[in-house]
Design a protein around this ligand. Sequence first.
Ligand SMILES: C[S@@+](CC[C@H](N)C(=O)[O-])C[C@H]1O[C@@H](n2cnc3c(N)ncnc32)[C@H](O)[C@@H]1O
Length: 294
Amino acid sequence: MKEQKQQKLDIGLLDVKRQDCLEGLKSIEDNSIDLVFTSPPYADQRKGKYDSIPVDEYVDWFVPIAVEIQRALKPSGSFFLNLSPHCEQGEKSTYVMELVIAIRDQAKLRYMDELVWYKSANPRKWDHRLKNAWEPIYQFAKERPYINHANIKIPTESAFVNKRGYSSYTSVTGNVGGYHEITDQGIGFTIPDNVLYFPSALLVKDKFEHPAKFPLELAEFFVRGFCPEGGTVLDPFMGSGMVGLAALQYGRKCFGFDTEQRFVDMAYERVNSYRKPPESPKKGTVDIFATESA
Ligand SMILES: C[S@@+](CC[C@H](N)C(=O)[O-])C[C@H]1O[C@@H](n2cnc3c(N)ncnc32)[C@H](O)[C@@H]1O
């Protein structure tokens, strides 16, 4: 069955509460969430914009939240955590690494993967180091997580059919490997690798001012790839509501929390003011999602 962006969003599928997420999570049923995709406040960052947790308290602060996420996730669910360490007096902080281990050991979630979100570098000058151009996104799961390869496939540069009717492919980097479907148009597709390129949303000016908003396309990628149609997404640190918009655009339910009323309002306004952009595929290009199935 083809999956389409919703023409009109069903606002009833969104439930964002002004609440500390640790409290809010306790009201969510066991084994009910398909996907958690979130970015909590980074330690010692954004002071004055919203709550900021000191580095040496971060793991103890987050582990009880991860325990609730573990309880609320379905056995097929995934928890993606976007959290990037900062530098303090020239040295990179290691609290994020400590947290990953604590989530595995104390919240009893399987550590599945570390994805690279390549978002392009900030043009400012850094002494003694290169510019940072990426952030990690950690994937945890309860058991064997759901993934919809068809929804997140990407075209390969070339494809060759082998005896089993599948294609081996050459990627844009020249690596050959894997077996992937070939479409009736003769175009090869493969599943994406775990380096994702989505330019920072801060480069996109819109009326929703939030200092750390996700690009919509990044949130859509996780919703479509890791939450089945009609499933439920949770963003415990909802901010400006990008995850909510991505979820509703594709007919998923979404729960969210934020401690700031202005961000709860912003999330609802973002979803309420959504208008589906007109479809106008450019001549000579291929809509890679045109043949997708859930
Ligand atoms: C990094 S931002 C999330 C931005 C979001 N991904 C977006 O696309 O706009 C973190 C958000 O968590 C909120 N927050 C901070 N502490 C919280 C807590 N204990 N529970 C719920 N939300 C919290 C902040 O107000 C902030 O909006």
